[in-house]
Structures are given as structure tokens and as C-alpha cells.
Design a protein around this ligand. Structure first.
Ligand code: SF4
Length: 229
């Protein structure tokens, strides 16, 4: 498969691990705040073949703990990505997958085949408002299935929400926490406008630190750990 980016080292994406990061091309959502628009609209110019990425990783065996696969939406690539993940595991790396949760079958296959160690799933909004944030019609049953699958706790996981005032009210945050009730980790991510799919989002803002602390207290009633990033 073809990747739209390769970051040789990140210290912040796989909790507690050193990781390389690869970016898949294409996404089935159109979140206005997306900070990887060139991957979503598939206009990315610098691309990397799977062979190139694997040969890079071979040289990092013993030097890096993990490989993080992000996008775009990686699970759109089905068997081609599952096969790449198997090769990465065979090299001895931990594998982290970022996903919007729209493909529970992919997640189940990756877990069953033991080719993923950590899954970070975005929770865009309460289920009833998902389509607003995602910018597309959404199969919310698939989202529900992915949430239930991760809560089985067969791999490390986190749920996470990018919080923007215009899209996410305090009531929405509590509604999300209720919908993922019992989850191990739920991270609230402060929206930082840098580059966005919809340029209007460059002018949007998030809540204050004090407001985030209130959200954290609310969410902690439903999940084991709620973090703020
Ligand atoms: S933020 Fe939204 S549009 Fe961007 S990659 Fe993630 S799911 Fe796709």
C-alpha cells in the first residue's frame, strides 16, 4: 500500500513508548477541524511505498518500541493494511492504530490476529450528533460496536474527543462519557487551530483550562480515567 507520510520518531503518540508514525491516505469522514486535509482529500504529494516504509522500519529494529498507524482513516484499507500490520509485528514492533471507529470488523480482525497492541478511537460527538461533526452520514451502529469491542479490553485502548466550542457543548461531553461508560481511558483534546480541512475552523476556539477541569470531573463519574491534552 501507499502511505501519505512517515514520521521517523514520535515520543507522544504511543503512551510511554518511542514510535515511528505512518499516515494512510483517504478518510470516510470530513471533520471540519481535521488537521490532515491533504490525507483526507487525497492531495498529499509526498508518498511512501510499503516497501520503503518496511525497509526504514527494519533499520529501526531495536531502536524504536512501536509503530503508530494514523490517517486519514486507516481501517478503510482493509486487508492491505492488516497485512502491513502483520509485517510490522513480525519485525517485533508494538503497533498502535488510530481510528474513527467506523470499521469494527477491521478492529476485530486486528485484535483476533494479535497484530495490534493499542487502539485510539476518536469519539466525535454524542451518537445523535455524530453526522454534524463527521460532516458525513454515519453508521452509528458501527460506532457502538467499536466502542463495545474496545471495552472488552483485549488490547490497550483509549477513547478521545477533540473539543471545539462550536461543536461540543458541556452537555455533549457528559453525553459522550455516558455512552462510553465503563471505559478505561477517555481523553479530552483541546482543539488547537493550525491547519484545518475547513478553513473556517481556523477561527474556532475551545474552552478554558478551568472549564476542561470541570469536564474532567464530570467524565470521571463514568470512566476510570479522564485525561486532558
Ligand atoms: S479528523 Fe475526521 S476527517 Fe480527519 S482523518 Fe480523522 S476522521 Fe478523517
Amino acid at each position: 500500500m501507499i502511505f501519505g507520510g512517515l514520521n521517523p520518531l514520535t515520543l507522544i503518540d504511543y503512551p510511554g513508548k518511542t514510535s515511528a508514525m505512518v499516515y494512510t491516505i483517504g478518510c470516510n469522514f470530513r471533520c471540519g477541524y481535521c488537521h490532515n486535509p491533504e490525507l483526507v482529500d487525497e492531495t498529499v504529494e509526498d508518498t511512501y511505498s510499503e516497501e520503503y516504509v518496511l525497509s526504514f522500519l527494519e533499520k529501526r529494529v531495536g531502536l524504536l518500541d512501536a509503530v503508530t498507524i494514523t490517517g486519514g482513516e486507516p481501517t478503510m484499507h482493509e486487508e492491505t493494511l492488516l497485512s502491513f500490520m502483520q509485517k510490522v509485528k513480525d519485525l517485533g514492533f508494538l503497533v498502535k492504530l488510530d481510528s474513527n471507529g467506523t470499521n469494527p470488523n477491521f478492529l476485530r480482525k486486528a485484535i483476533d490476529r494479535q497484530i495490534v497492541d493499542y487502539i485510539a478511537m476518536d469519539i466525535k460527538a454524542p451518537l445523535a450528533k455524530y453526522y454534524v461533526t463527521a460532516g458525513r452520514p454515519v453508521d452509528t451502529d458501527a460506532i457502538r460496536q467499536s466502542v463495545a469491542l474496545l471495552k472488552e479490553d483485549r488490547v490497550d485502548y483509549e477513547f478521545r474527543t477533540t473539543v471545539i466550542k462550536i461543536l461540543t457543548s458541556p452537555e455533549d461531553i457528559e453525553a459522550i462519557a455516558k455512552e462510553i461508560e465503563g471505559a478505561k481511558i477517555y481523553n479530552l483534546q483541546k482543539f488547537v487551530p493550525t491547519k484545518t480541512l475547513n478553513p473556517q475552523f481556523l477561527r474556532k476556539t475551545t474552552y478554558t483550562d478551568e472549564e476542561f477541569l470541570e469536564f474532567q470531573k464530570t467524565c470521571a463519574r463514568y470512566v476510570t480515567f479522564c485525561g486532558i491534552r
